[in-house]
Ligand binder design. Structure first.
Ligand SMILES: C[S@@+](CC[C@H](N)C(=O)[O-])C[C@H]1O[C@@H](n2cnc3c(N)ncnc32)[C@H](O)[C@@H]1O
Length: 453
């Protein structure tokens, strides 16, 4: 798919850059600052259809994430973004680079120290133009004239070019500089020699691991990545692989990438080290255990077993529980809906929660993992969009305690740190700290407060 429609934006930047020497700086300053900040991402949404953006994995880093990214960057002599888009991460790096004696000198220097690649010619042209504009802005603020025309300036920035990240990385043995990354997030088939997963995987996982393995010892790696890599059980081996080559310095949760992109991201920073075996995941990936026991010590946690559109309607006719039945209810009886099902069923009492879940409170104000007690005497077939927690002792009291724990602010905060994807996993639910007393105390504090106010 093509992003040629984005060339219109790069033409506009070209005119802006060409006019700089003729116009007084205060007249151009505002427009240049917009071009260096959120405008490239905004124009991407205006000019390139969503289907194309998704297919190409094109989501540019906006000013806010970029500021957080910039804080992580340490001084280095060179920087490379192998999937550079309109150059936002390179702009973050260039903002830290020294200026030359003149603007031409600066561009000459940046041409040697900044490297970027992208499949889309329109993005590469935009990235070069924005770096030209950044150099111009910094020199103008210093009171320097613009001593280089746009064509020559862009020519100097030859390190930013149309390139495929995979083949560029493949060819690299040991990059001496900082690797910057906000890769495409879509899915790809895991490469044949992939040691950490098979089948369809996040492209961000493949490119990040490949990139991390191509930098020289001691070099910095800073990446913006989808939260599923940090929190998903499917990516546990990816995490060990990254840690085996990168000495992690920080794993910072960020939240939703931007107002238009419904995916939570985190920022990872570390330095390349000699490969070594990792026994335990770093404490940086998520908050560590805060209580002696977790939900799995008391409950058996499993996913509902019915895949409704796939499983045959055969076997005994049973009450059939689906996520919609749970609503915001604290307790329900076995549903009237029935279905024939020959697989594994669940005997009440048990607590059910929806698997789909996003960080923060639900729209009705309920906790993210608020649970419902399911009672009744008959075995129930449970849809696979539900997670079932069954007390090992069969106690209803424990189920009620679990409901308090699940709806407590402490559990919500813990979950929001632990997993920011749009679903909960059995592994994460099992590891929720089990502290029913603390949940009760929080509840009574909340009640006291509501009385006082
Ligand atoms: C999520 S965007 C991020 C762009 C930029 N790094 C940023 O932070 O704004 C990912 C970029 O990767 C590019 N891309 C996708 N597949 C690529 C590949 N195989 N090689 C190089 N770039 C690729 C897309 O065109 C897109 O510009």
């Amino acid at each position: 798919m093509t992003t040629d429609s984005y060339l219109g934006y790069s033409d506009r930047l070209h005119r802006l850059a060409s006019d700089l020497s003729a116009k007084p700086w205060p007249v151009s300053r505002g427009e240049v600052q917009s071009a260096l900040n959120g405008q490239a991402a905004e124009q991407l949404r205006v000019l390139v259809p969503r289907t194309v953006r998704r297919a190409e994995g094109a989501f540019f880093t906006g000013s806010h994430v970029r500021a957080r990214f910039e804080e992580l960057l340490e001084d280095a002599t060179a920087f490379w973004d192998p999937a550079c888009g309109a150059g936002d991460l390179l702009l973050a790096a260039a903002g830290k680079q020294d200026l030359g004696a003149s603007m031409r000198d600066t561009l000459d220097l940046w041409g040697k120290t900044l490297r970027g690649g992208d499949l889309q010619p329109s993005f590469v042209r935009t990235a070069r133009l924005r770096l030209f504009l950044l150099a111009a802005a910094r020199h103008k603020e210093r009171g320097d004239p613009i001593d280089v025309d746009v064509a020559s300036g862009l020519e100097l920035l030859k390190g930013i070019r149309v390139a495929d990240a995979y083949s560029d990385l493949e060819k690299t043995r040991s990059y001496s500089g900082t690797l910057l990354l906000n890769p495409p997030f879509g899915s790809v088939q895991a490469p044949a020699d992939c040691s950490w997963a098979g089948g369809s995987v996040s492209q961000a996982a493949v490119i990040s691991l490949m990139s991390a393995s191509k930098i020289g010892l001691g070099q910095q790696f800073v990446a913006i990545l989808p939260d599923v890599l940090r929190s998903g059980s499917r990516y546990a081996r990816w995490r060990s692989s990254i840690e085996s080559i990168i000495d992690l310095r920080s794993v910072n949760l960020y939240g939703q990438f931007d107002d238009h992109t419904d995916v939570d991201v985190f920022l990872l920073a570390g330095r390349r080290r000699r490969q070594r075996h990792v026994r335990e995941p770093s404490a940086l990936w998520w908050p560590q255990r805060t209580s002696a026991s977790t939900i799995e010590d008391i409950f058996k946690v499993s996913v509902g077993t019915v895949v409704d559109n796939r499983d045959p309607h055969a076997g005994p006719k049973l009450p059939f529980l689906i996520a919609r039945d749970l609503g915001d209810l604290k307790e329900i009886q076995a549903p009237d809906r029935t279905r024939q099902f020959a697989g594994r069923t669940f005997k009440p009492p048990f607590v059910a929660i929806r698997r789909t879940s996003r960080p923060g409170l639900r729209s009705g104000g309920n906790a993210r993992a608020a649970g419902t007690l399911v009672t009744g005497t008959q075995d129930i077939a449970v849809d696979n969009h539900i997670i079932v927690m069954k007390s090992q002792s069969g106690s209803v009291d424990e189920c009620n305690q679990l409901i308090d724990v699940l709806s407590s602010p402490k559990t919500s905060a813990w979950l929001d740190n632990r997993i920011r994807c749009r679903h909960l996993t059995v592994g994460v639910v099992r590891s929720i700290p089990w502290s029913p007393k603390a949940a009760r105390d929080e509840d009574s504090v909340a009640q006291e407060l509501s009385v006082d106010y």
